[in-house]
Write a new protein. Sequence first.
Length: 349
Amino acid sequence: MKSEKQLSRRSFLNGLTIGGALTCFPILSSLQSMADEYDSSKPVKRYPDPAVEVIDQRFSKYKIGNAVVERLWTGARWSEGPVWFGDGGFLLWSDIPNNRILKWQEATGPVSVYRKPSNNSNGHTRDRQGRLISCEHGTRRVTRTEYDGSITVLIDNYEEKRLNAPNDAVVHPDGHIWFTDPGYGILFNYEGHKSDFELPTSVYRLNPDRGTVSVVTEDLERPNGLCFSPDYEKLYIADTGSPKNIMVFDVVNGERLDNKKVFADMAPGTADGLRCDTDGNLWAGAGWVGEGFDGVHVFDPDGTLIGKIHLPEICANLCFGGTKRNRLFMTASQSLYSIFVEAQGAPLF
Ligand code: MG
């Protein structure tokens, strides 16, 4: 018969051996996992990241010394239309040729397919109630995803003629949806269905409740990305036609555009998606030139190019996210990138 003392000692030793192993295993496993994740073939980035270029000292306050451009995921054909869902902690974006909307989850990292088919969706935003607004090439329409997941078609024609292929959208505080219709989705089969244009390439202002719509400009050849200034007094529109300028307009009474001006000449490249930070700087996805140009170009409200974030791929669009809206997400060709900056994205999305 074993004494209570012996049992206790043996139990203790067993516990040390087995329980100790069980206790240690997750730690060792975790370390091994970390070792597996460290891939010596990947270049290590030294702080500060030379990919963040200060061209004018006005940009230096937005650069964080110990933050680098991170490639979060790759595997798309043409990435566009990022939109941040702070309430869900995730980002949605379009992979247009693959006819899908992708989802990157901040807490867990993996990317999953949010919607397929997506009707070759392109630009996204959220309305004042937080619902997803999507521009669709394939169906040549703008839709709203309701809370129950059903999809409402907000507009697919103007004066009984089919829209070309809506590209990008923003929402004014009064609830109107402003969207561009340059028609890239019907120019080629790759990002939609090739077809004839029935309408001029225009920018529209849609009342989603009444279904009423007006043309705010048809003066641009390929109106593409667009963005309000933080005070909603100005509207920036990237024209990817010719010339490839970022234009700026005065917004009159929240209803119409006036005083068209060239804000930035993007030659020899183009700007596409646009977002403002709370200081009124304009952040533009840029590309089609190559190294030294492709990435994000940042402009002071006076139009001066003050900084660049260089990427190894063409950046089509971008948005701010994270709980402090200080993380810039960049949809760039086949990949999704991000970097923390000291700027904050202007509300809403
Ligand atoms: Mg675009």
